[in-house]
Design a protein around this ligand. Sequence first.
Ligand SMILES: [Zn+2]
Length: 1027
Amino acid sequence: GTSKHSGKIITSRLHQGDGGSSAAMAAIKHRRTALERVEKFISDTYFTDCNLRGRLFGDRCPLASLSYFQTPRRIPYEEAVVQEFGPAQVGQSFGPTWETCWFKVELSIPSAWAGREVHFVWESDGEGMVWRDAQPVQGLTKEGEKTSYILTRSLKESEPHSLTLYVELACNGLFGAGKGSMIAPPDPDRRVTLSKAELVVFNRDVYELLVDLEILLDMAQLLGEENQRSFQALYTANQMVNVCDVMDPSTFPATRDLAAAIFSQRNGESQHTVHAMGHCHIDSAWLWPYEETIRKCARSWVTVVQLMEHNPELTFACSQAQQFEWVRRSYPGLYARIQDFVAKGQFIPVGGTWVEMDGNLPSGESMVRQFLQGQRFFQEQFGRICSEFWLPDTFGYSAQLPQLMHGCGIQRFLTQKLSWNLVNSFPHHTFFWEGIDGSQVLTHFPPGDSYGMHGRVEEVLKTVKNNKDKGRVNHSAFLFGFGDGGGGPTQKMLDRMKRMSDTDGLPRVQISTPDQLFSVLEKESSQLCTWVGELFLELHNGTYTTQAQIKKGNRECEQILHDVEVLSTLAVAQDKEFQYPASQLQQLWRLLLLNQFHDVLPGSCIQLVVEDALQYYTGEQGAWLAGPSRVGASPAWWGCRGSNPGTQSTLVLNTLSWERTEVISRPGPNGKETLGMSDLGVALVSEFLTEGETANREMLCLFLPWGRALESIANGCANQFALFDDVPLYWDAWDVMDYHLETRKPVTTMLKPLEVTLAGGLRGSVRFSLKVGKSSTLTQEIILDAMCPYLRFQTQVEWKEAHKFLKVEFPVNVRSTSATYEIQFGHLQRPTHWNTSWDWARFEVWAHKWLDLSEHGFGVALLNNCKYGASVHRNILSLSLLRAPKSPDSTADIGLHQFTYAVMPHQGSFQEAGVIQQAYSLNFPLHVVPASCAPCPAWSAFSVSSPAIVLETVKQAAQHSAVVVRLYEAHGSTVTAWLQTSLPVKKAMLCDLLERPVGWGLSLEKQGLRLSFTPFRVLSVLLVLSC
Ligand SMILES: [Zn+2]
C-alpha cells in the first residue's frame, strides 16, 4: 500500500514539474523564504560579495586629478574657472554652510574599457552641478539619487578618453542645512564631505535585471496573498534567481525573458490608468535663500533635459514663471534647450502663475497679478498660456480662486495638499470646485497624496486604492520626481514605470501630460460631485500669523502698488508728459509676487529668506518714496495750474472710489483738523474746518485700564489680550494646534495706566502699557475720531516670547451661528460653533481686512491693517497678533511690531453699515500733500453709483494704450451700477483678467457705464482714452 501510494505522488509531481529533469524539480516555494531570497539577491547591504547588486559596477579607476577653490558667493562659471585651484581629495570636507566649492576634475578613461558604459561617480552631501565645455550638463545630488554622470554609454576608441569637467558644489543639502532636524534653523558651520569621486564601469544589463526583480518583489509583497498575481510575481522572481548566474552575463537575457513574460501579461479594459508626469517641486525659497533656488532650478532642469534626450517619451510639468525667468537670465544655454523641449511638448509649463503662491493671504488683486505676470510670461516665452492652475503644496485655497482662474484662461486645477488635513479626510480626488461667485473648475488631487513619486509599485497601487472617485472616473495623476528642494525625475523612476505600463494586476501606468489627464477627466465628468466654498487646510493655521513683518510688508506693498497705479494712471490722463512707470511697476509687482511664495508669505522659511523678503519690501517702499509720490506732489497734474507761492494749502488724494470724511493730521498751528473729501481723485483744501463733530468721548470713557469694557456692545472685556502656549506637534512655524486654546491666560499686568493723550475735539485718544508674558511689553493708543464709526487701536509690541501666541479678543452681545470673513474680492461665512469635526477643525482661520459677527439689525466688525489670523467662537471675535515659533527661524517675530486694528459696532447689516468701505479706508490712508497753489475745485476721477460695488484697481493696460478698471460686487448681491469717470473715455469694453477684450463694447451713457453684477462678480473694464 505505502509504496504504491508514494509512487502516485512521484508521478503527479513529475507532471507538475518542468519535464522531469531532476535539477529543476519544482520547489515548495515557501512564501517567506522565497521573498527574502529575492530580497537578498538584490540587496545593497547583504551578500553583495555574491549577489546581483554587487555586480552593478565593474572596474573602477581614480581621477587623474582633483583640485578646487572655494567662495562665499554664487558666481558664474566664467568667473569660477579662472580662479586659482588648490589640491582636493576624496574624503575631504568643505564648508561652512552656503559656501560654494568649484572642483576641477581631470579624468582619463582606461582604454581597456572599450565597449563599456563608463560613469563619473560623485558622492557628497552637498548639491553638485557638472559643467562640461562651459555648459551645465547634470545635477549630482546624493539625496536626489543622482550620483553618476554618464561619460559614455559604450566607449569607442575614436572618442576622447581624457577630459576636464568642473563640479560646482553648494555646501548645503537638498533641504538646506537644518541642525539636527530638517526644519531646525540652519547649522551655520555644517561641512559637506566628498565621499566618492572616481570612474567606474557600469553594467547596464545588471541594472535592468535589478529593476525587474525590484518590481516583481514589490508586486509579490504588495498585491497580497489573496491575489494570485502576487504569487505569479514571486515565483517568477524566484525562478529568475535560479536562472541567473551573477558571474556569467550570458545567463542574463534568459533571466530577463522570464520577467518580460509576466510584465507583458495585459490588463482588462476596465483597469485604472495612472497618468505619470515628471515633476520637480522647487520651493522658490524655504530652508535655503532665493539665490540658491536659482541654482536648484538649473541643477534639476538640466538633469530633466538630459533625461529627455535619452527618453523621448518623458514629460515634465514645470510651474512658476519666476523660476523660468531666473534660468533664462542666469543659464541662457540651458534655457534654449528647455525651449526646444517645450516646443516638442515634453517640457510643459503649467500653473499660469508667477510663483506657486500662498492660497489664502494675497489680496484679490495680487492673485490676479500672479496669473497676469505668469500667463503673460508663458505667452511671450512659449507662445501659449497655461490651461491648468498648479498649486500642489500650498496651505489652503481661497474660495475666490475658481473665478480668478476662469478670468485667466484656466478651468482646471491640481493640488494634493488637502491630504495633509489633520482632522477630516477630504471626500474627493476628482470633483468640481465651486467658488463664492458660482464659478466651477475641474479639480484633481493626485490620489497618491504626493507630488514626489518615485515610480514604485506601492505608489501606483495607492493611487488607485486611495482614489475616492474611482468608479466615477478611471484616471489619476501621478507626479514623479524628487521635490521640495528640487531633484526631479531619475532614469530609474522611468525604468520602473516602463515595466508597469500594462501589467495585469497593476493599474496601467502611462507617461502623460496635464492636458491629456484633464481632457479625459472632462470626458468622464458626468458623475463628478461638486464642492462649494473654500478648500480649507486643516493644518498649518499658524501661517496666517507667523513672521508678522512679512505679512505687514505684503499688505503695505499691496496698498502702495494700488495707490501708485491709481495715481500714475490719473497723472497720465492729466499730463501727456507724464510717463506711466510700467517697467518699474512690473519689477515691483514681481518682487511682491515672489514674496507671496508658499513658504515666504506664510512665514515658514529660514531667517535668510525673511531678510531677503523684508529687503524686497523696503525696496518697494523706497521706490514709492523716490518715484510715484512725486505724482502726488505735483499739483499741476491735478488740474491746479498756476502755482502761487504765497498760498499755503493742502492737497489730499483719495485712492478709493467713495467719498471720505476723515480727520487728517496736517503740520501747522492748528494741529489736527477735519475736512471733507470727494470720490477717488483729488481735493485741494485750503480752508480747514476747525470745528467739526466732536469725537464720541463717551465711547472712549467706557474703556477701563485693561479688559476695557465696551459696554454698549460687550458683556465681557473688550480689547482683552490673551496669551496662549503655542507648542505644535512638529511644524513649528506652520502649526497652531487645537489644544493651545486650553492654555489661555488673560494679559492683566499694567505697566503704565490709562492716560488721556488727546482730550477731544476732532480726535480723542488714550494710551496705556501692559506687560505681556515674561518680558514683552505692549503699548496701545486708542483713538476715536469725529465722524469715524470705528475705534482704532494703534498698537506697539516689544515681543520677546518663545512659543507663545498673542491674541486680542472682543466678546460682543451678538448671537449668530456664523461669522463673516473678508476674502479676495468678497467674503464668506464660517461657523461660530464646534458642532462637527469640520466646524471645530476651523478653530483658527484667516481673513483679510475685516471680520464681522452680526445678528439681524446689529453687529460688530473687527478691522485690521496687516493681520490675517482670526477666529470667532460663539460671541467672541479674536484677532491673532503674534506668534513665536523657533523653527525654521529661531528669531521669528522677536522684536518691535506696530499694527492697527479697529472695532466697529454697527446698526443693520455689515453691508448697510459700510464695514467693507471702512476697512478699505483703514488700509488706504488719504495722501496729504502740502501744496502752494491757489484753491481749485476738487475733482473726482471715478465714482460708482452702488455701495455694493468696490472699484479695486485702476491701472494702465499692459498691451493696449488703455486704462484697466477692475470692480467687484462686495455685498453678495445682484446689482446694476453706473461707473462714472471724468477721464476722457473714447471707447469702453469688458475684458478678462488677462486684459483681453471680451464681448461687445460698452455704451457710454450720460450716467456713465452701465455694469451688471451677480454676487461677488469681478468685472474688468478697458477704457480707451481720447487724450
Ligand atoms: Zn512647496
